[in-house]
Design a protein around this ligand. Structure first.
Ligand code: ZN
Length: 375
């Protein structure tokens, strides 16, 4: 016999079950309409939108302004008569596959603006803006400090269905702090010390042996070769569903006044993206079920001097770019006359490709980029 009390309780439980069902159905429809089951966010530090959309800049392909060692060799590799040909020579994967099957945002000549909104235009605030979706004025240095805000990868990893399915491979030694890797507890590869408690990914002996024998160039950035190789090993061993890969050389060669090596590292970034794309397309878990999102932490100043740097004093360095490629993004190529979007919108965009609503969990985070998720 059901007592009145129990009846009420039963009705109440039924109501809860009912609304849970409705929510569940709504959620499943959303998730079911997407083909994406895996998202890779791949960044290269401080690569200008100018090179992404116009390729090499003539005035910087010199010994004087660009610190170029062999101008003939550089011109042969990267100089072409038109911006379209130059960008194709610099980033062939971006301008063949991504431009054909995905979307690129940020070309000012086509009235498309992507902007950093933290006002600081340097790395920690930039990484934090696109990883957390939040602009936090407390973030005012590149020091190895815990991030006061939760990032989208950390948030995903805390959910049961993403447990053990998140990873990161990073060139710059500070990024594990920006990711809160000690609290987040997903595997991270870095060539440097990481916050205590981080689950550090171990490279294969061959790649670790190369790293140990490679001459270090910078004190806190490893060569992109290693973040790229570590990323491939992590894909094969851990099969992450949400994966963050951070390349770093583009920023450092520019700071070092080496436009030739800045261009060559941009070219290498494009190659790593292509190789990762080909790798994931060869694995059933990822084949036609993976979205790549490409971007950067900040822009840089204009030629002839400020291109080497970025920051609050160089307002041009707030302009960045975003590229997307995957089964749920319409093949609109280079976008024109887009609404202005901000760096912070990337975090929620990562989640939305997985059918997840990051802004609901992190209300201060910016909303996803409009018009890129779902065809
Ligand atoms: Zn920098």
């Amino acid at each position: 016999m059901i007592q009145p009390m129990h009846s009420k309780l039963s009705v109440f439980i039924l109501q809860i079950l009912g609304s849970a069902l409705v929510l569940n159905v709504a959620f499943n429809v959303n998730a079911a309409s997407l083909s994406t089951e895996n998202v890779f966010l791949i960044t290269t530090d401080g690569l200008r939108w100018q090179e992404v959309f116009s390729g090499a800049e003539a005035g910087l392909m010199t010994k004087e302004e660009g610190g170029v060692k062999d101008t003939n060799a550089l011109r042969k590799d990267f100089w072409r008569a038109t911006p379209e040909d130059r960008r194709g020579a610099l980033m062939p994967f971006l301008w063949s596959q991504v431009a054909k099957e995905g979307q690129l945002w940020g070309n000012h000549a086509k009235s498309s603006i992507v902007q950093v909104t933290n006002g600081r235009n340097f790395s920690y605030p930039g990484y934090s803006e696109f990883l957390t979706g939040i602009v936090d004025p407390r973030i005012d240095s590149n020091d190895r400090k815990p991030n006061p805000n939760k990032n989208v990868f950390q948030w995903l990893h805390a959910q049961e269905r993403f447990q053990g399915r998140i990873g990161a491979s990073v060139s710059w030694g500070v990024i594990p702090w920006i990711l809160n890797s000690d609290v987040a507890r997903f595997p991270v590869w870095s060539a440097f010390d990481v916050p205590e408690g981080t689950r550090k990914f171990n490279l294969s002996p061959t790649v670790q042996g190369l790293l140990d024998r490679a001459t270090p160039i910078w004190s806190d950035v490893s060569l992109d070769t290693f973040a790229g190789l570590a990323a491939k090993e992590m894909v094969l061993q851990l099969h992450p569903r949400a994966f963050y890969i951070a390349f770093g050389e583009t920023d450092d060669w520019a700071h070092d006044s080496r436009y030739d090596l800045y261009l060559r590292s941009a070219r290498n970034f494009d190659r790593f993206v292509r190789e990762l794309w080909e790798l994931v397309q060869s694995i059933p878990q990822y084949h036609n079920k993976t979205t790549f999102i490409l971007t950067t932490d900040h822009g840089r100043g204009p030629a002839p001097i400020a291109w080497k740097s970025h920051g609050q004093a160089i307002p041009e360095s707030s302009f960045i770019w975003v590229a997307l490629l995957g089964p749920d993004t319409a093949p609109l190529g280079e976008r024109q006359n887009t609404p202005k979007i901000t760096q912070g919108q990337i975090a929620a965009t990562v989640a939305s490709f997985l059918g997840e609503d990051f802004v609901a969990a992190s209300p201060k985070s910016a909303k996803p980029i409009p018009g890129v998720v779902g065809k």
